[in-house]
Design a protein around this ligand. Structure first.
Ligand code: C2E
Ligand code: MG
Ligand code: MG
Length: 442
């Protein structure tokens, strides 16, 4: 520990009286010893502020600081870094520091009382053992990276920083720049996966799935690049691009005598935008798209924090005659309640359920979903159907539609056209005879 710093009120947090982030930098300049750096993030503080007011939130922060002081004792120096973040510099070895961090995460996994209210603030911690002389900004960044990872793992966890975590972030930062360019350069394109109607034995619709044409990212699936697009706020531009591409494609097919409904995946973040409905309507009228040729899919896991305003917009779409799917149904946290709360016309049962169709309990669940959906007047699409056996079972249980490699992988528009031509020529499928012949003899 270097020499004692002179007292300066700007170095102390007015609320908890703990040293603040300015002190942290000063303190570090005076410290040449090895130490362990820990960043604690208290999960529910923002939420507590929002629901009980900032004055009450302040009291909770004070209680938190007291509890921290009590656990850390003189094993380390505590700083209040931000509203819901505290930093502790431990002059102990890694194992000793970890055991104190564990005490902190355990302690905060219980309710504690503030002004008679039960408060639960779990904590996530990022731990980093800096090199001597490393810049404080770098140290904070690394501890923060570890803390974010801990947060992702669930509440009350700690994670020790390692180099590979940063590699991921650097890669992502690079990706953001490339995505911006990709939108400008039109590097995204669509494949279309047929959805087979089991009742009518024919294909009347396809799902549009985004792909990225780029040397560096050619192999990256949408499940990886779409979250980055969402995080960086580029989803609005991206979403409009996709919708416009779909509408062009619908018309291109119509001109060739192929009438297909197209399902479009829309991120709930797109709904947050005030202009969404307006822009959607503009595109519908620009391309003169019949509304029954469009269905919009929302992924179940993504609609968790959708608000009333956004639900209104979805109802608005439904009112116009556009069908709405609840995608990846059955893997989210709140599946059953979504069947009532969310305005939908179609349920897309997730592949993870279809994969396990051989298990008795899963079979019961699938039949149950089919039954409930029928009662509620929703259509059901089974996703990820890969075998004839899966198809037969689903058909027998009254599933409306299936989508999956057994029928077809996602295809380029030209391949879709060929498929239809082939089916029409050989089996008259498009007019509604049997597709099973096609699937077995292709
Ligand atoms: P999703 O909407 O649930 O799409 C179905 C995914 O399952 C597609 O993956 C499809 O290729 C895959 N799939 C279909 N049948 C089978 C099968 O039999 N076996 C296997 N193993 N996979 C099958 P994909 O194209 O990688 O898309 C992943 C997710 O990315 C989509 O899941 C969707 O949530 C999202 N996504 C794709 N395009 C867009 C887009 O334009 N906008 C937005 N917001 N999300 C998109
Ligand atoms: Mg989908
Ligand atoms: Mg899905």
């Amino acid at each position: 520990m270097g020499r004692e710093l002179e007292y300066n009120k700007y170095y102390y947090d007015y609320l908890t009286n703990l040293p603040n982030r300015y002190f942290l930098y000063e303190y570090y300049n005076h410290d040449n010893n090895k130490f362990i750096f820990v960043l604690f993030y208290f999960d529910n503080l923002t939420y507590i502020n929002d629901s009980y007011g900032h004055l009450f939130g302040d009291k909770v922060s004070v209680e938190i600081s007291k509890a921290l002081i009590e656990i850390v004792k003189d094993n380390g120096k505590i700083f209040r870094f931000g509203g819901d973040e505290f930093i502790v510099i431990f002059h102990r070895n890694l194992d000793e520091a970890i055991s104190i961090v564990e005490d902190v995460t355990k302690k905060f996994n219980y309710f504690f009382k503030v002004e008679g209210k039960d408060i639960l603030t779990t904590v996530s911690a990022g731990i980093y053992a800096p090199k001597i002389g490393e810049h404080m900004d770098d140290i904070i960044r690394k501890a923060n990276t570890a803390m974010l990872k801990a947060k992702k793992l669930g509440k009350s966890k700690y994670v020790i920083f390692d180099k590979t975590m940063e590699d991921d972030i650097v890669k992502k930062t690079g990706m953001i720049v490339d995505i911006k360019k990709a939108i400008l350069n039109n590097e995204f394109y669509l494949l279309f996966q047929p959805i087979y109607n089991l009742r009518e034995n024919r294909i009347k619709e396809v799902e549009a799935l985004a792909r990225w044409r780029n040397n560096k990212y050619g192999g990256i699936p949408p499940s990886r690049f779409i979250p980055v697009i969402e995080e960086t706020g580029l989803i609005k531009e991206f979403g409009v691009l996709i919708i416009e591409d779909v509408f062009k494609q619908i018309n291109d097919w119509r001109n060739k005598g192929i009438v297909l409904k197209v399902n479009i995946n829309v991120s709930p973040l797109q709904l947050r935008d005030d202009d969404f409905l307006f822009e959607f309507d503009q595109l519908i009228s620009k391309y003169k798209i019949p509304l029954n040729l469009v269905e919009i899919e929302f992924t179940e896991t993504q609609i968790l924090d959708i608000n009333q305003q956004e639900i209104k917009k979805i109802n608005e779409l439904l009112r116009r005659g556009i069908r709405i799917s609840l995608d990846d149904f059955g893997v989210g946290y709140s599946s059953l309640i979504n069947m009532i709360e969310f305005p939908i016309s179609t349920i897309k049962m997730d592949k993870s359920l279809i994969d396990r169709i051989d298990e008795k309990k899963v079979r019961t669940l699938i039949k149950g979903i089919l039954h409930i959906s029928k009662e509620m007047n929703y259509e059901v699409v089974a996703e990820g159907v890969e075998t004839k056996e899966q198809l037969s079972m689903l058909k027998e249980w009254g599933c409306d539609k299936i989508q999956g490699y057994y029928i077809s992988k996602p295809k380029a528009p030209r391949e879709i056209e060929l498929m239809f031509k082939n089916m029409y020529d050989k089996y008259n499928v498009i007019l509604g005879s049997t597709l099973e012949n096609y699937v077995e003899n292709r």
